[in-house]
Design a protein around this ligand. Structure first.
Ligand SMILES: C[S@@+](CC[C@H](N)C(=O)[O-])C[C@H]1O[C@@H](n2cnc3c(N)ncnc32)[C@H](O)[C@@H]1O
Length: 248
């Protein structure tokens, strides 16, 4: 996958040089390139923003450098047919694991980061396929949102994670439930022991325990997810019972 990030602050993407995404980038599985929007400004002072027409606080990023930067970011081998141009924006549709999975299917992503009060609408109309928000709050710029998106999408690129299992069993993955609790060595920490079932070697019992724990945690923390989780009749009965216990 190739990701080109349009930003006024390329240095913020040093965060993507570490850990799993850094390794994926060094091995060429995910090619990450920043495109400095300021270098596409046309005045001597490289001014990238100005006051908003119609008043209002703050500055708005000019359309022209953004359009030119996107044209540059869309150069081959970026192929518009297999690529997606995304603007990070609080007005966008909210990033969920489903959206991450959809975006991971593109070979090329161009991510546009706004700053200040945002970007001149004409640039968004001219060169963006969709707007994505990382949640209902306001950041100072789209850069942290782009880092979140690149991180989440990269780990779905085949080969990026050590084991293909790792991406399958997690919260919001296929089953749409939150993940069960995880334990590692030693078996006892501060008097707290690992649940017996996990060291008993009975794989069916372990799978049943994990599923039940996922259901319980999802019911406690994100009951909304249960509606779409495709539970069996037996599981629906269990959840109904736990709900009764919660109310009692
Ligand atoms: C201060 S915000 C602008 C907010 C804008 N005036 C509004 O009220 O919708 C500056 C930039 O940060 C980014 N941003 C802020 N919050 C975001 C969020 N929740 N998700 C994605 N990007 C966000 C966008 O790129 C935005 O252009």
């Amino acid at each position: 996958m190739r990701v080109r990030i349009l930003t006024l602050f390329p240095e913020m993407f040093d965060a993507l040089k570490s850990s799993v995404v850094g390794r994926a980038s060094r091995s060429g599985l995910v090619e990450i390139e920043t495109v400095d929007i300021r270098s596409f400004t046309r005045d001597k002072r490289h001014k990238a923003d100005d006051y908003a027409f119609g008043g209002g606080p703050g500055l708005v990023m000019y359309a022209q450098p953004v359009i030119d930067a996107m044209e540059y970011a869309s150069r081959p081998p970026f192929d518009p047919a297999s690529g997606r141009r995304v603007s990070l924006s609080p007005r966008g549709s909210v990033l969920t694991q489903r959206v991450v999975e959809r975006l991971a299917r593109y070979d090329n992503l161009a991510l546009l980061c706004g700053h200040y009060e945002g970007i001149d609408q004409r640039a968004l109309d001219a060169c963006v396929d969709e707007e994505i928000s990382i949640g209902d709050y306001i950041l100072t710029g789209g850069e942290p949102a782009a880092i979140v998106l690149v991180d989440a999408v990269s780990r779905l690129v085949p080969g990026v994670l050590g084991s293909s299992e790792s991406a399958r069993d997690e919260s919001f993955s296929d089953a749409g439930l939150l993940e069960y609790p995880q334990y590692t060595h030693p078996r006892v920490v501060n008097g707290a022991a690992v649940p017996d079932v996990l060291i008993g070697g009975n794989h069916a019992a372990i799978a049943a325990w994990k599923r039940e724990q996922s259901l319980r945690i999802t019911l406690e923390r994100r009951p909304d997810l249960l509606e779409r989780a495709g539970l069996t009749d037996k599981e629906k009965g269990l959840v109904a019972l736990w709900r009764q216990e919660q109310r009692a």
